[in-house]
Design a binder for this molecule. Structure first.
Ligand code: ZN
Length: 407
């Protein structure tokens, strides 16, 4: 079931302006296993709008989150990049805020616990993860994890049970939360007075400038600029204290908030730079929509021309963005023989919407298609490294965004 959002998630303004529609889209984590499941697959409107009052860019419709998150197929530890990032964050905060054995480090949407785990070497850790199957894996792997949806009510009981947190991580979850102001207020309620709320979200700017329309999917409700994050933190009673950009997911922000100010000077610089760039203006967003529509024409033509010359073709990466890109651009079995993916939970199933079979990466070596379109282009370097034997054997990669390129 999809529900039109009645008001801006941050400021509750009700007159939201349409930006871009990607048409009807199946849930990106559906992965039907057989014909019965493909027949039952539902599609829902996927479109973004902007709030003219606080500038927040957000989905026009949402799916029932309980349908999406309680049994989720993505395990963080499948990605070496995510595992390494956990170790990087642990080293960083150990030095920056001198975490000790009495200090609590918490993570919201902690997945299988691979980011939190390195913190256990010197601090107490606590995960919160609503997908029960994944929380179970985390607990079995030694990362204590509460299997609940996080909100301000749960925050109060977590603070009661575990004490205040000196660091709360929220990596790629804030953009997925419907009641986002309550969620952030909950983090504020759990934080110690000197605590840091560390938020990672995909950044609107590279999405707009890099034509990364495939970061739009049903679970991803909010598309944050620094300006909108500043509004969000204020609405939740926190201070946006520090901002930096990192090259994860095609360009993300680390936005750090505290219970009290003052903010670091960098925050004012970020806000001024966004205003000067016109990022949050409707003319810029309208150009993004027009360029996306052009890619929808150009990419399938590019791939079909290669096929017409006799090339064989597959795809790599059954992640959300691959599902969105395949469906929006109409890249089905007439173009891809198969989609390769490392996750054993997806192998043997089919891509949502296009129903192209998903197979292990070894198939690229066994069947050696002439071209492999890397749908998970945000992990291109990692994937190209893992599949060096494919290119050595003569295979070629294609990255599809912002325009098709043979690599
Ligand atoms: Zn708003």
């Amino acid at each position: 079931m999809s529900i039109p959002i009645p008001a801006c998630r941050i400021c509750r303004h009700t007159e939201l302006l349409p930006v871009l529609s990607l048409g009807l889209m199946p849930p990106v984590n559906g992965f039907p296993a057989d014909e019965r499941e493909t027949a039952l697959e539902a599609k829902h409107p996927l479109a973004i709008c902007q709030c003219p009052r606080c500038t927040h860019v957000q989905l026009t419709h949402m799916l029932d989150p309980r349908e999406i998150f309680e049994h989720y197929l993505y395990f963080s530890s499948m990605s070496e990049t995510v595992v390494r990032w956990g170790a990087t964050l642990a080293e960083r905060y150990r030095g920056e805020i001198e975490l000790g054995s009495n200090d609590l480090v918490a993570e919201l949407a902690s997945n299988d616990g691979c980011v939190l785990k390195p913190f256990a070497a010197f601090s107490r850790i606590q995960g919160v993860e609503p997908a029960r199957n994944i929380a179970k894996v985390a607990n079995e792997g030694g990362v204590p994890t509460t299997a609940e949806f996080f909100n301000s009510t749960l925050a109060a009981s977590l603070r009661e049970e575990f004490g205040p947190a000196r660091l709360i991580l929220a990596r790629n979850v804030v953009a997925h939360v419907p009641e986002v102001v309550d969620f952030v207020a909950g983090a504020g309620a759990w934080l110690a007075d000197d605590g840091i709320f560390h938020v990672e979200v995909p950044y609107l700017k590279p999405m707009i400038e890099g034509l990364e329309f495939d970061t739009i999917y049903h679970e991803h409700l909010s598309y944050f600029s620094v300006t909108a994050l500043d509004h969000l933190m204020r609405a939740a009673g926190l201070v946006l204290w520090d901002v930096e950009e990192i090259p994860i997911h095609g360009g993300s922000l680390i936005a750090r908030a505290k219970r009290n100010g003052p903010a670091r000077p960098s925050v004012a610089k970020w806000l001024a730079a966004e205003t000067a760039s016109g990022l949050n203006t409707m003319p810029r967003l309208a150009k993004f929509a027009a360029d996306t529509a052009k890619l929808k024409q150009d990419l399938p033509k590019f791939l079909k021309d290669l096929k017409a010359r006799g090339a064989s073709m597959a795809a790599y990466g059954a992640a959300a963005k691959g599902v969105v890109l395949s469906n929006y651009c109409g890249l089905g079995s007439d173009i891809f023989e198969f989609v390769a993916d490392r996750s054993p939970h997806k192998q043997g199933r089919r891509m949502p919407g296009t129903h192209v079979p998903i197979v292990p990466p070894e198939a690229l070596l066994a069947r050696r298609p002439d071209y492999t379109v890397v749908l998970a282009w945000n992990f291109f370097d990692e994937i190209a490294g893992q599949l060096a034997a494919y290119t050595t054997a003569g295979g070629k990669f294609i990255t599809p965004v912002p325009f098709a390129r043979i690599r």
